[in-house]
Design a protein around this ligand. Structure first.
Ligand SMILES: [Zn+2]
Length: 216
């Protein structure tokens, strides 16, 4: 039996949260997991007695955005999944170290196949593409920014397009567009704003770069 799990810390002690829905296969659980990015840490395999026997850690890096590099480590205190670049300079645990800390076997999930994604993720992908494509030329347009914020609130995973669009600006663009970027940073929906604010602790990550450029 496979269930989606959350991994949090309380006073430095790891806490595992288990979703009630069970899945017959790892593949089915991962498909469900990937339809709700950001909500779970990965998939847990439970034995016949219902004991957590193994944690299958997803390879998506970071809380938001689409850092394209696969996560290989976790932050030592928050257990946020990070790739080598985003984890650079931070206190991190390797997968074997995490297993030791948890006292449970941990392994990385197979890399995501595009065709296996949920329809909602595909939709977010299209919205993301549009946001990324239009960002540099439209961000100064107040109505466009409003539309973007509505989209982000309705569909938080479209934040990927924002990260790509902001990340693609040249330094010169950032200077020229800074008033509009800063205004957008103030208008952005609270849920996305919170994720971006947390990302400023990783200034080299795509979300960290976007947050700083948006004046967050
Ligand atoms: Zn990363």
């Amino acid at each position: 039996m496979f269930r989606l799990i959350q991994l949090n810390t309380h006073l430095g002690v790891p806490r595992i949260g288990v979703d009630p829905d069970g899945y017959a296969s790892e593949r089915a659980a991962l498909a469900r997991y990937r339809a709700t990015p950001g909500s779970f840490f990965g998939v847990g395999r439970f034995d016949e007695e219902g004991t957590l026997a193994e944690i299958i850690m997803d390879t998506v890096c970071g809380p938001v955005g689409d850092c394209p590099r696969p996560a290989t480590v976790v932050h030592a205190r928050t257990f946020q999944r990070l790739c080598d670049t985003c984890g650079f300079g931070l206190e991190v645990l390797t997968v074997p170290e995490l297993a030791l800390r948890m006292g449970i076997a941990v392994r990385l999930a197979p890399v995501l196949a595009r065709s296996g994604r949920h329809a909602a993720a595909e939709f977010a992908f299209t919205a993301s593409n549009r946001i990324a494509r239009e960002f540099a030329t439209r961000v100064e347009d107040q109505a466009w920014r409003h539309e973007l914020c509505v989209e982000l609130a309705r569909n938080p995973s479209s934040v990927n397009g924002l990260l790509i669009g902001v990340g693609a600006l040249s330094h010169r663009d950032v200077l020229d567009l800074y008033p509009a970027l800063k205004t957008l940073g103030e208008q952005i929906p609270a849920c996305v704003h919170g994720d971006l604010l947390r990302a400023t602790s990783r200034p080299l990550s795509p979300a960290g770069v976007a947050a700083l450029r948006l004046g967050i």
